[in-house]
Design a protein around this ligand. Structure first.
Ligand SMILES: *Cc1c(COP(=O)(O)O)cnc(C)c1O
Length: 463
């Protein structure tokens, strides 16, 4: 087998199809792909002493070139079906944006917007202003500052008020959140000294009091979002800390994590502390995420006293941590939904998913089971079962939500793993969870049953 049988780049790009590809993708990209394929062909001849099949005629070669060019245009961040039963799944991108947020973001990304431009006064205004007013209206707090995520919010608060100083925090609240966000590490990055008080399970007000000295910057509470300490426990409430802070003129800062803006129990969901309630207890600054229970884009939101927020806004780090116009537009549109609380469960996608009735999920499970029956080979058994979903992203880690799942089992060893691999290779991969030797496809976090069923119906039987 000789290398002479490989076509030249010139021959490929001057063929009729080659000329068409150059017109569509440009000379550089087409030549690069041709070169790669010819190189592959050489390697193949060297190893196998034969031409790769796509070099058997020029039409097949150009088909391969076209395939590679199209593939170059596909982004690697791929959409998936979330059937894990975890609604706010950090590894799957947390909250889905509600339609009004999507529209606002699309507007902001495709048009110029008056981001830092006051249309009434014709002078430069602040990019967080609109949202700050809205959050003040929704939470009662005086002002707000928006950054990229809640980790950035904590960093900015510490750097602004506690650089070179001490921050007092309970040992029971020195948390690590997935993706190695550790409170002690953030403290170090912000250049402040962590003063741990109490023990893992018990912290008293007197522990805080004894740790206060002239170098103390503020008292901090961190919501224990992804774990719970049970049994013989004692922690100090925000209310008590606020009283102590007032005595020593020290601000109290709370990292709330998820930070609900409405009382979730009215929807039959587990209770999660609200931002409003922390503000009413007198906390000076409260930080929380935009893409957890709030149901909006990734962002870190800090609300609180105006004088403190202004210092955050003017700290040099704020410039590095600020959000872009697309996120701000999406966040504002998300927050506007909260102005109509009776409509929230219908319009805010996250809350809609969390509150779907079990009967709806059951109906979806039947559709999914039917579609899977045609797709799966006979060694798999399908069942519809009661399931327990969870909110995710550290909200109420022990609470479970009633849900429904299609479960898949098989008596042939190795077949379950094979199916999981197969699910991952679908055009829009299916992500479930494995429990009790079964695959559980939990319907509560699924955004689009129709898309899922259509995709499965378009597949040949599983390989
Ligand atoms: C989730 C969480 C964070 C991190 O928030 P991101 O928005 O992911 O940066 C920080 N603190 C607490 C208590 C959390 O629950």
């Amino acid at each position: 087998m000789s290398y002479q049988q490989l076509p030249s780049i010139d021959k490929l790009i001057k063929s009729a199809e080659g000329v068409r590809l150059v017109a569509e993708f440009g000379h550089t990209a087409v030549v690069n792909v041709c070169r790669q394929l010819i190189e592959q062909g050489r390697e193949h001849i060297k190893k196998e002493n034969e031409l790769p099949s796509f070099f058997s005629n020029i039409a097949l070669t150009l088909d391969e070139v076209k395939h590679h060019l199209h593939k170059q245009n596909q982004v690697n961040i791929q959409s998936v079906h979330n059937l894990t039963g975890t609604i706010l799944h950090t590894n799957l991108g947390r909250a889905l944006w509600s339609p009004p947020a999507q529209q606002a973001a699309l507007m902001a990304m495709s048009q110029n917007v008056a981001l830092e431009y006051d249309l009434d006064m014709a002078k430069r205004s602040h990019r967080d202003n609109y949202i700050s007013d809205l959050l003040a209206q929704l939470t009662g707090a005086e002002a707000a500052c928006i950054v990229n995520n809640n980790a950035a919010a904590v960093l900015l608060m510490l750097a602004t008020f506690a650089q070179g100083k001490e921050v007092i925090i309970s040992r029971g609240e020195l948390i690590e959140i997935g993706g190695s966000f550790r409170i002690p590490d953030i403290m170090q990055q912000a250049g402040c000294k962590l003063v741990e008080v109490g023990t893992t399970n018990r912290t008293h007000l007197s522990d805080y009091r004894q740790a206060i000295n002239e170098n103390t910057a503020f008292l901090m509470k961190v919501h224990s979002s992804n774990y719970q300490i049970c049994g013989f426990t004692k922690s100090v409430s925000e209310q008590e800390l606020v009283n102590l802070g007032e005595e020593y003129h020290l601000p109290v800062i709370t990292d709330l994590g998820s930070g609900a803006l409405v009382d979730l129990t009215q929807y039959g969901l587990p209770s999660e502390p609200t931002v409003q309630e922390k503000w009413q207890q007198g906390v000076d600054l409260i930080s929380f995420s935009g893409d957890k229970l709030l149901g909006g884009p990734q962002a870190g939101i800090i609300v609180g006293k105006k004088a403190l927020i202004e210092r955050l806004q003017t700290h040099p780090l704020k410039r590095a941590l600020r959000c872009d116009k697309v996120i701000l537009a999406g966040l504002e549109a998300t927050l506007r939904l909260y102005l109509q609380p009776e409509k929230l469960a219908e319009k805010l996608t996250t809350l809609h998913l969390l509150t779907q009735p079990v009967e709806t999920l059951h109906n979806q499970a039947e559709q999914l089971k039917n579609a899977l029956e045609d797709y799966l080979t006979p060694e798999y058994q399908l069942q519809i079962e009661k399931s327990l979903a969870q909110i995710g992203s550290g909200s109420q880690p022990l609470a479970r939500l009633p849900s429904v799942a299609v479960t898949i089992s098989t008596s042939i060893s190795g077949k379950l793993t094979a199916l999981l691999t197969c699910f991952k290779k679908l055009p829009q991969p299916i992500i479930g969870r494995v429990e009790k030797d079964k695959i559980w496809l939990d319907l509560r976090g699924l955004a689009d049953i129709q898309a899922l069923v259509t995709m499965l119906n378009e597949q040949e039987k599983m390989p």
